[in-house]
Design a protein around this ligand. Sequence first.
Ligand code: 4AD
Ligand code: MG
Length: 462
Amino acid sequence: SERTKVKLLLDSGVVGTDVAAMGWVRTKRGNKNVVFVALNDGSTIHNIQVVFDMTRFTEDQLKGVTTGACIAVRGKLVESPGSGQRVEIQADSVELLGEADPSTYPLQKKGHSLEFLREIAHLRPRTNTFGAVLRIRHAMAYAIHKYFNDKGFFYIHSPIITGSDAEGAGAMFRVTTLDMNNPPRTEDGKIDWSEDFFGKEAKLTVSGQLEAELGALALSEVYTFGPTFRAENSNTPRHLAEFWMIEPEMAFYDIQDNMDLAEDFLKYLIRYALDNCKDDLEFLNKMWDKELIERLKFVLENPFERLTYTKAIEILESANQKWEFPVFWGADLQSEHERYLVEKHFKKPVILTDYPKEIKAFYMKQNDDGKTVRAMDVLFPKIGEIIGGSQREEEYQKLIKRIHELNIPEKDVWWYLETRKFGSAPHSGFGLGFERLLLFVTGMSNIRDVIPFPRTPNNCEF
Ligand code: 4AD
Ligand code: MG
């Protein structure tokens, strides 16, 4: 069809030309002489105004043109006398593609709460807010690939179904073809996974890191970007059971290089959003978070604060603050502690390093003190932890010792261990939670509102 996207019409449509537009009616108003329809096709936050001269249309022709209906309009692009838009369409014809009965269509003109919109996840992309969020989500995904491609990193596709659970990042979802009401059993009564599709217990991955390491130890600089799954029952505004993670992994990078990359990467993405998602950010700033754009710019202007976990604990211990979770050396930091450091103490993003080995994964490079590992977490205002990463233990003897201490079965990680036997190299990497990034960039305050179909406990309708 000769349809033109609304964004193109608004940005560069030529006044005086005949045009066709298709989209969903946001509002209709007017009188018996003239009717104005605000039409949106999702290409931009802005609607195009369609003007119906009612000397040329019958009321009947516009009867089905109600909020939510889908229409095709043909007409002339003319200069708009109204403020706020450069052009509008003077309609010659209208075709109703899909009606939306006003008595049952849930998205009428008035604003809706985000909680209500979560219950109609099938329709919420048609709201201004979710249109903006989804366009920004797309832009960020594109910018991530662009950033790494421009730097010569290669995109590695790590598996979603995996037989390995060595990461230890959280509880895993099982993938099985067995009839779990009546599973086959071995002589000692245990479920016989050898009868299952893969011949062993398979699960959904919690992280693509270990596979990314295999890639880095061959292609030097790689990244993954895919869905990851955690079966913890954590009902918070910052946790999903299914979230997307970006995991760069680089041979020949130490922890300093890793921190430099993480900071540069985050700043690049935020700058990209400011440069390329202006209209959507302005809308979200006006609608939900009056400090959004200011906060995004502020992060760009300042170097992130870098300090050790040990130093951070000292700051938290001497803070004049009542904690819900106790602070002591060895404690896993909670969101309240992370946000105190970022929002109250340093007032900028913070990178904490050198965490106690007991609260971090087996693969992190051990420091000479015998107590800490070369971990790094990036903490952001409003979010807390946005990135977790580390330099990796590349020495076979140290790694195997740690694996034994943690009772990880060697048969589960033999393939990982081989990379430390054959051509091992110093290397580092990190994981950025895509939805945590989007929380920051969009200013939304619940992670359920930055992913099209959130998967959380008791939420898997479709
Ligand atoms: O800190 P995490 O668990 O680290 C890893 O999985 C490492 N394998 C990463 C690496 O070094 N390659 O998770 C990394 C990030 C967190 O900082 C957070 O942003 C996000 O993933 N994340 C979640 N996002 C949403 N919902 C959840 N349940 C999340 N768990 C982690
Ligand atoms: Mg973490």
